[in-house]
Design a protein around this ligand. Sequence first.
Ligand code: B12
Ligand code: SF4
Ligand code: SF4
Length: 298
Amino acid sequence: MCSQKAKEGFQAEPAQLVEKEIKAFVRTSLLNRLSDTDSQIIFDEPLVQFADGDDPIFADYKAVVAPIHLTPREALAQAYSKNPEDMPARISVISWILPLAEKIRESNRGEKLAPTRLWSHSRWYGEKFNDAVREHVVELLIAKGYLAVAPALQPYFKRDSNERGRYSNWSERHIAYAAGHGTFSLSDALITERGIAHRCGSVVTDLVLPASLRTAKSRLSNCLFYVGVSCKACINRCPAGAITENGHDKIKCRAYMNEDIGYLKKEYDVSVAGCGLCQTKVPCEFRNPTKNLKKKAE
Ligand code: B12
Ligand code: SF4
Ligand code: SF4
C-alpha cells in the first residue's frame, strides 16, 4: 500500500492523470505492435471516459444483457471477496476505446468473404494488448492505494448463450455506452467518435472520477440507418447474411466465424480469427457518420 502523500497527489487531477497514463501506455508499449509485420501498430490513440459506478443504467443491464451481468459495485466487491454494500461510498468506471490503425482497417476493406491476416492478428494480439492495458491500469491504481479490478480478467468473468446468441457478464461496449463513448448500431457494434472499428476495455475503482456525459439522443443515434439516412452498408458487407434491416443475428455471425471461415485459425496461427467485414468500407468505419448531419441541421 502506498503512502497517503502519493494518494493525495493522484487525487489532484485524477481524470487527466488516468487518461494520460492510458494514452502513454498505448503509445509506447511494444505489445501494441504486430511483431511479424514490420512492427505494425495495432491501435491509434485511445479515447478515455468515465462513468459513475452506481449509475442506474448498470442495474438496467441485468434486463438488457442478462440477469448475470454484473454492476460495477458487484464486480469490485467480488474481486475483493466482499459484499457490494461494504464497498466505498463512491466508485467509478474507467472505459477506453482502442481505435484500429488505418493500415489494419484498410487491409480488410478489399475483402468480401474473410478477414485478412492483418485483421485477424489485430483481433488476437490486439485483445492480448487490451488485457495488458487492463493490467496496467489496475496495477497503477493499486500502487496509488486504490481498489481496482478489470472484470474481464477476473476468474468470475464468463460468457454464456441464450436464444439471441452469445453474451457475457461484463459487456465492454455496454460499459463504454454508459461512459458516453457512443451508441449501438444496426450491426450491434458501438459507433464512437473514432468510428466502429475498435476494441474496448474497462476497469472499476474507488478512485472518484467525474462521470462523462452521455450526449447521444438515443442508444442508436450514431447509426445512419436509425436517423433516417438510407445506409445499409454493413448489410451488404456481411458475407454471412447476419445483418438485415431487423438488426444483427449473433448466432449466424458466430457460426460463420467458427465454421465457414474457421480454417483461418490454422492458416493465420491464432486461436480466434474474427471477421469484422461489417466494420470496414462502411461510413461509420473510423468516424461518427451522423456528426456532419448534426452540424448541417444546426
Ligand atoms: C460474445 C461476443 C461476441 C458474439 C456476440 C456479439 C454481440 N452482439 O454481443 C459474436 C461471436 C457474434 C461476436 C462477434 C464479433 N465481435 Co465480439 N464480443 C463478444 C463479447 C465476448 C461479449 C459481448 C456481450 O457481452 N454482449 C452482450 C449482448 C447482450 O450485447 P448485444 O446483443 O450486442 O446488445 C444489444 C442489446 O443490449 C441492445 N439493447 C437493447 N435494449 C437496450 C437498452 C439500452 C439502454 C442499451 C444500452 C442497449 C440495449 O443493444 C445492443 C446492440 O444492439 C465481447 C467482449 C466483452 N467482454 O464485452 C466481444 C466484443 C463485443 N466483440 C468485439 C468485436 C470487435 C467483434 C467482431 C468484429 C469480431 C472481430 N474482432 O473480428 C464481431 C462483430 C460482430 C458485430 N457485428 O457486433 C468487440 C466490439 C467492439 C465494437 N466495435 O463494438 C468486443 C467489445 C470485444 C472488445 N473487447 O473490444 N462477439
Ligand atoms: S454501416 Fe451504416 S447502417 Fe451499418 S452500422 Fe454503420 S452507419 Fe449504421
Ligand atoms: S456480422 Fe459477423 S459475419 Fe457478418 S461481417 Fe460482421 S463479423 Fe462478419
